[in-house]
Design a protein around this ligand. Structure first.
Ligand code: ARG
Length: 436
């Protein structure tokens, strides 16, 4: 049997041409695999037929939307995913799953290679190939556009010469990638980072100024960090994302425009829209504020940042990512409850939170009579808490010494080790803010 290669197929010009191109250049038969991660657009049966018409020996459609939502988007939500503090990793999340199906299909069909349609400038090539390396280290991975010199112009020529059934409508000036978590747009006039995005770029969100003036309230119920109901109606993870895309998209929420640090070392200008992701993450993070112990909550924010970088950098199937997931999952045990969001004018604002696992204690926090907070205990706590500062001030802050501001200075000053510290001249008083 001829060697086979499984190609991640989108139905567009480049991957359509790639089918024949790969066959010519490598002699291998091409199996086209179209993975449905909720990118919308064309019917995937049509896409499948086109792959066959372009010379694929086999064409397969895999609807993985539920798996994508449950196993890729929910971990991202639990991690409050945000690369460079804002980008919820739209494309970075789909690549590992598409790669998983490339590898699975290759193994099932006895193919020795897989292929993707990325260029050499982006992150996605790294994500595909790093994922394939982790899941199918036996497989070769080729990128016809990058490795077999399949340029855009060649694609157009090839398609015409071979009479391929591709609508050769004018090429969109943008490079677009989308899935159920959002949409990424790059290139075209956006390559000048001073150019403002235009309304045409957006399809998941309404212009916030055209959204309803009064906005809308929505209550999201979470269980262990996962949305399980919206306005009281049970939802699957996929339904939660889809529902929030509509609700938040109608209010213009989730538009982003940033210069991004790509893994390949360059900076690029990116426009995104991810209404459901942004609304869900806003709600989830606030529920964590209510239910996580202080130090877990604080520490988790650092972990989230590292998690987002790893996923951005294509290391979904890595040991560190798995270990961070284990930490994050442990933190989610108590992240259950309701968050009310007000969606309006491009913003999702939390206006209410409640949870049976809440750590918020009215009696401790109230300023009213009858609160249970032990005010007097605060004084001793602060004495001990600020002791290191006090001791250091004796050494470092001549002003404090001179003013006798430190109550136990005499004994401790004589305990300073001789040598360096003792030899340090008491210099000009350092100007510092003193407490009121
Ligand atoms: N820069 C984003 C990322 O690396 C989006 C990539 C979108 N891909 C594309 N082919 N347009 O995740």
């Amino acid at each position: 049997m001829t060697d086979r290669i499984v190609l991640a197929y989108s139905g567009g010009l480049d991957t359509s041409v790639a089918i024949g191109w790969i066959k010519e250049r490598t002699g291998k038969d091409v199996v086209a695999l179209a993975v449905d991660v909720g990118q919308g657009g064309e019917d995937l049966e049509e896409v499948r037929q086109r792959a066959l018409a372009c010379g694929a020996v086999e064409a397969i459609v895999a609807d993985v939307k539920d798996e994508f939502a449950s196993d890729y988007l929910m971990p991202a939500l639990k991690a409050n995913a945000a690369y460079q503090r804002s980008y919820p990793l739209v494309s970075a999340l789909s690549r590992p799953l598409i790669s998983k199906y490339l590898v699975k299909t290759a193994h099932e069909l006895g193919a020795d290679s897989v292929a993707h349609g990325c260029t050499g400038q982006g992150n996605d090539q790294v994500r595909f190939e790093a994922a394939v390396a982790a899941l199918g280290p036996d497989l070769q991975c080729i990128a016809p556009i990058r490795d077999l010199e399949l340029t855009r112009d060649r694609s157009i020529e090839y398609a015409a010469a071979h009479d391929l059934p591709i609508r050769q409508s004018k090429k969109s000036p943008y490079s677009i990638d989308q899935n159920v978590w959002g949409k990424a747009v790059e290139t075209g006039f956006l390559e000048d980072p001073w150019n403002a995005p235009i309304e045409d770029l957006y399809t998941y969100t309404k212009n916030p100024v055209e959204a309803s003036p009064e906005g809308v309230d929505v209550v999201i119920t979470f269980k262990h960090g996962i949305p399980v109901a919206i306005d009281g109606e049970a939802v699957t993870p996929l339904q939660a994302v889809e529902r929030m895309n509509v609700l938040a998209g109608n209010e213009g929420i989730g538009r982003l425009d940033l210069v991004e640090d790509r893994l390949v070392g360059i900076k690029s200008r990116e426009v995104y829209e991810a209404p459901g992701a942004v609304a869900l993450i806003t709600a989830h993070e606030e529920l964590e504020n209510l239910t996580l112990e202080r130090d877990v909550n604080r520490y988790k924010r650092d972990v989230e940042n590292r998690w987002s970088q790893l996923v951005y950098d294509g290391l979904w199937y890595s040991g560190l990512k798995r270990a961070l997931d284990a930490f994050i999952d442990e933190t989610q045990q108590m992240v259950s409850g309701d968050i009310r969001l007000h969606l309006q004018g491009g913003r999702a604002t939390v206006t209410g939170r409640r949870s049976a696992q809440s750590l918020y204690d009215y009696n401790l926090v109230t300023y009213d009579e009858g609160g249970t907070f032990e005010h007097k205990a605060a004084k001793g706590f602060i004495n001990i808490w600020s002791l290191p500062s006090k001791i250091a001030a004796r050494r470092d802050n001549p002003l404090a010494l001179g003013q006798g501001a430190v109550s136990v200075e005499a004994s401790a000053a004589s305990e300073l080790p001789q040598g360096e510290a003792a030899a340090t001249p008491v210099a000009e008083p350092v100007a510092r803010e003193t407490e009121r």
